[in-house]
Design a protein around this ligand. Sequence first.
Ligand code: GLP
Length: 241
Amino acid sequence: MEVVIVPDATAGGGLIAGAIADLLRRKPDALLGVATGSTPLPVYRALAGLAGEGRTDVSRARICQLDEYVGLPAGHPESYRSVVLREVVEPLGLAEESFMGPDGTAEDIVEACAAYERTLAEAGGVDLQLLGIGTDGHIGFNEPCSSLASRTRIKTLTEQTRKDNARFFDRPEDVPHHVITQGIGTILEARHLVLLATGEAKAEAVALAVEGPLAAVVPASALQMHPHATVVVDEAAASKL
Ligand code: GLP
């Protein structure tokens, strides 16, 4: 695992956008796995900047989602589909067809999870998966004690994660209880994992993930098993390393 300490979130965003640009030069139709939350936004801004200046051709890039809330109506502004379309797909000028994600509105969620695994496999697998980290060490929505071999499935959010994500909703009780997430085993199949963490609130989780034992109680520690994992942290998030 490679750990890169950057001065701040903007620098982290620029560094990762540069790595994505390099990948797209080598493989113009690379499948980019994106994460939601506040942390990756500087990456998307920097990448859209590179594309806008004509320094990166993103026109053939494909985008896939890491996770999704279950039960939010289609088009809800906080469904992760809406968030990824708004923050990534539209700013990069990509067509909606270049984007894939699990269906959190499906009647049959178990089948929707299996279908998403098939979609990712048929797309040739994820080339670069961007990850954030929850304050409890989760990646995607794999909460503590998720199996390290897990596949895409439905999960119940912990109260901590619902609290952390309440800022995106009108009322705390509006945060869904259930989600679909790529499993840890699914995430580990991406060719390159890039985890970005910024701010002191993430310092404990980062230290446990990077320096602690490999443990299901800290899902992000699974990155220790990956042959090409990069952890980009600002000084605050690195403060407990
Ligand atoms: C959610 C997402 C994760 C993300 C996490 C942290 O739980 N499912 O993918 O990493 O939030 O979000 P933030 O970056 O806003 O702290």
